[in-house]
Design a protein. Structure first.
Length: 276
């Protein structure tokens, strides 16, 4: 009844070849401990502190996702990882075509299980992600990935600040929420990260796995929170692999004691356009 998960808190370069080597190393680490699922951060295919845009984008049949699928098949390990996809052709205020911040799920056979296109772009704390990226549709079906006895739902980084995003993947059947992130460092940012991960776990009675990118300008601090809000794993800022076992029976026991999902009286309905 347990699912073994390897958290890959990795540093990501602005170099495609280096990131492909990082992916190979991460899969090797997961396979050595016989993990069922590997989680890599947001923008795992390429990252630049000044922004990620169309120059980092590649299609789903490009080298990065192809490598994920190959390693998943060879090692028998499912993976969730951030990437950047080409956009629809929309142009941002800089005059450049915008790309899409995405997360892919690949099962242990190497099949592409689905894609989540980040809905909430990081236009906060002095950053404007929407200058270079276009948001995914709010009404797109949630990305979920079944691994063993658990269903993992996916949101990304800034989405964590919007409880509706987490609730929507729980409504789609998620027992655990995966949050790949490149959580930008700054005053109180690490505190916000930890608090929000705990809140999403408690209010949804799910396991929450926040997997942060390591490196300059980001916080790292990958964190596992149980459905009771207890922090079971919390890394520092340096690159590191850690592996945890998730127990479906323990999750069910928490939900029996705390039936808040069954007791709620409101549903989450996506908006066509964000409120002004």
């Amino acid at each position: 009844m347990t699912v073994r998960v390897t958290v890959g808190q990795v540093a990501v370069a602005d170099d495609r070849a280096a990131n492909l080597a990082m992916v190979a190393d991460a899969f090797g680490a997961a396979a050595r401990v016989r993990s069922d699922l590997l989680i890599l951060p947001e923008y795992a295919s390429g990252y630049h502190r000044q922004g990620v845009g169309s120059e980092h984008a590649e299609p789903l049949d490009g080298p990065f996702v192809t490598a994920l699928r190959r390693h998943a098949r060879e090692h028998g390990v499912a993976v969730v990882a951030g990437t950047t996809l080409p956009g629809s052709g929309s142009v941002g205020p800089t005059g450049r075509q915008r790309a899409v911040n995405a997360v892919v799920g690949v099962d242990a056979t190497g099949a592409l299980a689905g894609v989540y296109r980040k809905v909430h772009l990081y236009d906060a704390f002095g950053f404007r992600e929407s200058d270079l990226l276009e948001p995914g549709p709010a009404d797109a079906p949630p990305l979920t990935l079944r691994v063993g006895d658990l269903t993992f739902g996916v949101i990304t980084c800034y989405d964590l600040r919007f409880p509706e995003s987490a609730r929507r993947v729980v409504d789609a059947g998620a027992d655990a929420i995966v949050v790949p992130a490149a959580w930008v460092a700054g005053p109180l940012k690490a505190e916000h990260w930890r608090t929000l991960l705990q809140a999403r776990a408690i209010e949804n009675t799910v396991v929450v796995l926040g997997v942060g990118m390591a490196g300059t300008g980001v916080t790292g601090r990958s964190t596992l929170v149980g459905p009771d809000g207890v922090v079971g794993l919390e890394l520092g800022e340096a690159p590191e692999y850690r592996t945890v076992d998730l127990d479906a029976e323990a999750l069910a026991a928490v939900r029996e004691r705390n039936p808040s999902l069954a007791n709620r009286r409101y549903a989450v309905v996506p908006r066509d356009t964000p409120p002004r």
